[in-house]
Design a protein around this ligand. Sequence first.
Ligand code: AR6
Length: 174
Amino acid sequence: MTTRATITLVRGDITEQYADVLVNAANSSLLGGGGVDGAIHRCGGPEILAACRGLRASRYGKGLATGQAVATTAGRLHAEHVVHTVGPVWSGTEDRSALLASCYRESLRVASALGARTVAFPAISTGIYGWPLDDGARIAVRTVREAVLPPVTEVRFVLLGEEAYAHFEEALTA
Ligand code: AR6
């Protein structure tokens, strides 16, 4: 049975959002990077990096695998938790869409286990990792519709550019 949740679209910077969970498009090192990841660590403060280092020293000695998700504190961000997930790098020769779908599914599973009601996502893999926005938006919307679990009642896509917003709007109304 499909769970009901509202999907909303917002233009802007995810670090300015208020939500129970903010999802980070991280890399497997969990130790920061550019794009959303850089912004989350910069705005959230050193507590997030300290928590990530703790994960590397314990359960994730080899890093977080692509398609998986793990939670930390949200530091100074307006959220209870950051859920870090590792998107796949776009490939023109190999279909990695199941891994991208897994990022959304696993992030929602972790958020649900934390008791989150509101979850904000960036457009995972569509920046530095090069995934085309039209396909990335379709996978994001389809997977969230399929995979959202109680107590999550709102999933918000936070989109930095006009182009990303337009592709998500199209995916949502398709
Ligand atoms: N708020 C919302 N969306 C953003 C923000 C922001 N502050 N900043 C960028 N975007 P990216 P990826 C958009 O590159 O492709 C990092 O170095 C951006 O326009 O952040 O999954 C990690 O450490 C794009 O649409 O993540 C990894 O090494 C989307 O967010 C690698 O980049 C994702 O862009 C992950 O690459």
